[in-house]
Design a protein around this ligand. Structure first.
Ligand SMILES: Cc1ncc(COP(=O)(O)O)c(C=O)c1O
Length: 396
């Protein structure tokens, strides 16, 4: 196999790059995949080299060949200046904030933010002297009205991982960059395959790689990609200073997941949309929250900026007692009840975001349920839910 030069590689289309990135059989004893390299200590041939740390890898916390293989694939997808990897998606949310914020700074955060990110803002950032203001996810260009002289960054998440409001990222980027304010985004729902966040000006883009990247519910991992070399330098410095490192097995498994991610999403996107439409037609359902549905308030933005949808969405039921929801969900045999998503299996969970939102009050009259559609046959999933709705009606 002829080795491609870097410009030759960059000219390839995304699917091909995802197959090739981060591996060179010549470095792997001829095997297709890179080996898992475990290690803390790196030994040097002599004192002179040790004193100046003259080595490709200097110490386990600074990276290793397995992690570099993953980074090569991530960079190829994210299209930024550089990426760092973290041992959870949550750390991938908090690390970029630590990288760019200092005491006395002001941060704007979407009210639809993933709740543990919100808890980090409310507890740690505030304790460290960072002022945090939550804003309506639908604010768009109106974000300019919330800027203060000390505003450093805007945190976005589109769509919100429970309530699925879309955000006008180009409008927020334009307003923020006009004031030298950075835009950070949790892009886990769309992945870079469906939303090219750096192309839209997002400065630091986060993935909970635990979801679609790893894709098999067996790894916790997060990634942060920086748009410019200067931002990458700041991000990498925070990563090194804090000693954030991942296990090489997790790097290997995530890389394995990324190779087939577009195939999984190609199945899961239409399955999610079909299921959302099926649910929208059910008499027990008041509303479906899925930006790919034309009836969704965020649909126009989704259509304009995104090239696809993942398979996570929510429904609002018509008002029923909690025990009826329990009867429906507890009897499901194909949907596990669990908090993550992005794997090959379907999941369901009840949620209530009304208690902790502060800038907006999503008006749900009935119970809300989040669904993740996996790779099962859709007809089996519908039959499982159909039986669930029968239990719901009987218990209502
Ligand atoms: C939108 C979003 N961001 C970040 C995370 C955190 O990922 P992890 O579970 O790997 O910490 C999650 C997890 O559910 C999520 O839904």
């Amino acid at each position: 196999m002829k080795k491609l030069s870097s410009p030759e590689f960059s000219r390839l289309r995304e699917k091909t790059r995802l197959v090739l990135a981060g591996r060179d059989p010549a470095d792997s004893y001829g095997f297709v995949n890179p080996p898992i390299v475990r290690g803390s200590t790196v030994v040097y041939p002599n004192m002179e080299d040790f004193m100046v740390r003259k080595a490709r890898y200097t110490y386990g916390t600074q990276g290793n060949p397995t992690i570099d293989a993953l980074l090569a694939a991530l960079n190829t997808m994210e299209g930024g200046a550089g990426t760092v990897v973290c041992p959870s998606g949550l750390l991938a949310c908090t690390l970029p904030m630590l990288a760019v914020l200092s005491s006395g700074d002001h941060l704007l955060v979407t009210d639809s933010v993933y709740r543990p990110t919100r808890i980090f803002c409310d507890k740690m950032l505030k304790r460290m002297g960072v002022e945090v203001t939550y804003y309506d996810p639908a604010i768009g260009a109106g974000i300019a009205g919330l800027f203060k002289p000390n505003t450093k960054a805007v945190w976005t998440e589109a769509p919100g991982s429970q309530t699925f409001e879309m955000q006008d990222i180009p409008a927020i980027v334009e307003a923020a960059h006009a004031r030298d304010v950075l835009v950070l985004m949790d892009n886990t729902w769309a992945t870079p395959l469906f939303f090219d966040s750096h192309k839209f000006g997002v400065d630091l883009s986060v993935q909970a790689g635990t979801k679609y990247y790893a894709g098999h519910s067996d790894v916790l991992i997060g990634t942060v990609s920086a748009r410019t070399p200067e931002l990458y330098k700041r991000l990498r410095e925070a990563w090194e200073t804090l000693g954030v490192i991942i296990a090489p097995e997790d790097a290997f498994l995530t890389l394995r997941g990324i190779r087939t991610m577009h195939i999984r999403l190609k199945e899961q996107m239409p399955a999610g949309i079909e299921m959302a439409n099926w649910l929208a037609a059910r008499p027990e359902v008041a509303r479906v929250l899925h930006p790919a549905l034309p009836s969704d308030p965020g649909h126009a933005i989704w259509k304009r900026d995104f090239t696809g949808a993942s398979s996570l969405f929510a429904i609002e039921l018509k008002p029923v007692p909690t025990k009826a929801v329990g009867a429906m969900l507890d009897g499901l045999s194909l949907f596990g009840m669990g908090a993550s998503w992005g794997g090959y299996e379907s999941l369901v969970l009840p949620f209530d975001c009304t208690a902790y939102r502060t800038a907006t009050k999503p008006g749900f009259a009935g119970p809300t349920i989040r669904l993740h559609i996996g790779l099962e046959d859709l007809e089996d999933l519908k039959e499982d839910l159909d039986a669930g709705f029968a239990r719901l009606r009987a218990a209502a």
